[in-house]
Each structure stands twice: as C-alpha cells, then as structure tokens.
Write a new protein. Sequence first.
Length: 360
Amino acid sequence: MARPRELLALVLDGSREAGTPGAADARRLVADHLRTLDYTVEERPFSFFPSSLNALPMFGAGLGWLTLIQIPLITVAGAPAWAALAAWVVGLAALAILVRGTALGWSSLGGGVREDANLIATRGNAPVRRWIVAHLDTKAQGQSMAGRVVGVVVAALALLTLSVLAVARLWGPLEGDMVAYAAVLALIACGLAARGALRGTSQGARDNGSGLLAALVAAEAAPAAGVGILITGAEEFGLVGSRIFAREFGPQLVGVEVINLDTIDDQGVLYVVSHDATGGRWSASVAGALAGVAPAITERRQPLWAYVDSRPLSQTGAAALTVARLDWGTLRRMHTPRDTPAGMAFVTAEAVGRLVAGPI
C-alpha cells in the first residue's frame, strides 16, 4: 500500500487543472488509495463553466469603461450635477451582477463546459461528525495570489476615490489631482485584473498538494467511523465542488464539524480561518489542538481576497474552518508555474493531518 507521501509524489507529477485528464488521473489515484484504507469512496461527477475565471478580467474592463464615462461627467461644467453619481451607481450595480454571475457560472459565455468530480469517502455506518476537506485541482494565471491581493487593494482604492468624486460632483464640476489620481488607480486595477486569466499550468505543490497530503494523512490516522474525507473538484473555478456538496448534503451538515485544508506551507503563520460565529466558537479549540505545529498561530475571519471551500459549507449550519500556513513568499508562488515541490518538506502538512483527525 502506498503511503501518503508516495501518492503525493505521483499526484504532483503533472498539473491538475479541473476538467482535464491530469485532474481525472490524480482523482483516480486518490480514490484507489482511500479504498486501500477501507473507505467507501463515491465519485460524484458534475459539470462547470471554466469561463468563471473571466470574472476578474471582466471586472477590470468594466471598471475601465466606467472610469472613462465618469471623467467627463465629473469635470465638464455642462453635465448635470447628478449625472456622475447616477451613472456610477447604475453602472457599478450592473457590473457587480455581471461579474458575480460569471464567477458563479451562471453562463458559459461561449467558453464551453467541463466535467469534474468530488470524491466522498466514509468508513462504517455511523454518521459523519467531522469532514476533512481538501481540493484536488490547480490553476496557473497571469498573476500570483500576491498579485491578486495587490489588485484587490488597488481596485478598492479606485472604487472609493471614484465614489467620492461622484458624490462631490453634486456641488459642482471637479478637476485637478484627485481626478488624475482616480484615473491612474483605475488603470492599474484594470491591468492587474486582466492578468487573472488562465495562463500555463501549475503542479500546485502548495496549493493544494500540501492540503491534499494533510487530508490523506488524516484519512490514515482517523478512527474507523465518524470522520469523512471530501476531496473537492473545481475549487479554483469558484468553489464549484464545495458548493455542489453543500447543496446536495446540506441537511446532513447541520452541526457537523468541517476542517478544510488548503495551502499548508512550511513557512509563515498558521491560520485558522472561520466565516461566522459558529465556526468562530470552534476555532479556538482547533488552534489549541494545533499548538506547536508552527511558531505562530492566528485565528481570523476570512479575508475578502481569499475564497476557500469551507465558506459554502459554513452556510449549511456546519462549524466550518480552513487551516492554512503561508506567508508573502507562498502567495507569490500560488497560481503560477512556480508552485513546485522545490523547497517543500511538507512537514507542517503531515503534522496538521495527524492532529485534525484526532479529538479536538
């Protein structure tokens, strides 16, 4: 029987972008391994639109057009005083609906459909009281997760500045540095957002080979019943697998514990991330159980720039958390071809996997 590290080496041998043969091969390896551990493994296929990743470039393009519309409405004396604010509110609302719909896969936008799947593994007949979750898929984009963080900050500043200018225009036309500042911020945000499209492939050693290893270690260390393993698909395309699992199994998840393992590097702060009061009450116990795994452990609510599989599961009534360890160097590798096993010992991932399978 292969051990988790040996299986991980096989999985990391290629990329695992959702809906590709590489992802299907990796899923088969993981399913076969879980069966050798006496798990009953069910593969639940689903369809998704890969065009969901067009949401970020679409936002950048939309912000650029809205800025071009705003500049004359803000600066030209002949424009109605209310026009800039009305155009900004209506345009921003329409853009938000379009971007959200694209991100959630409401339309294929001509991009076709892909097939992927979740793996659901259980042992025994007892109800699952704790789900250990990790996503299998990877992606490579024109910018890293660090670039995405910078892009979110710049976009937020651009939106805030343009909103202030639209309101200020009610008292008269504006000109000068503030308008130029807003235009430059919007231009930078557009450029960063455009780099969010798929580009190349990634082995995904940190995101999420590390989380997958932790889940496999947990599967090996878990008691004979009561702990389930959920390996989600298409996480990188808008948490598709997790959202489908939450929809299909929602009533069975009320009051259940969920620990999502996503990007557990050997450097940086170990984060225990919650989404609501239910998860927040449990996070202190999980952080305590993980004490000693890393020099620093931090409990926090989910940041705006990071969406993880525990979020849709928390909306079912489960006590759902994500455990991750990373720093800025990790963020600079994530979602790029540079996310390779080089420099990774996977020590933290193994330690976390053993601990989350036990009593907490």
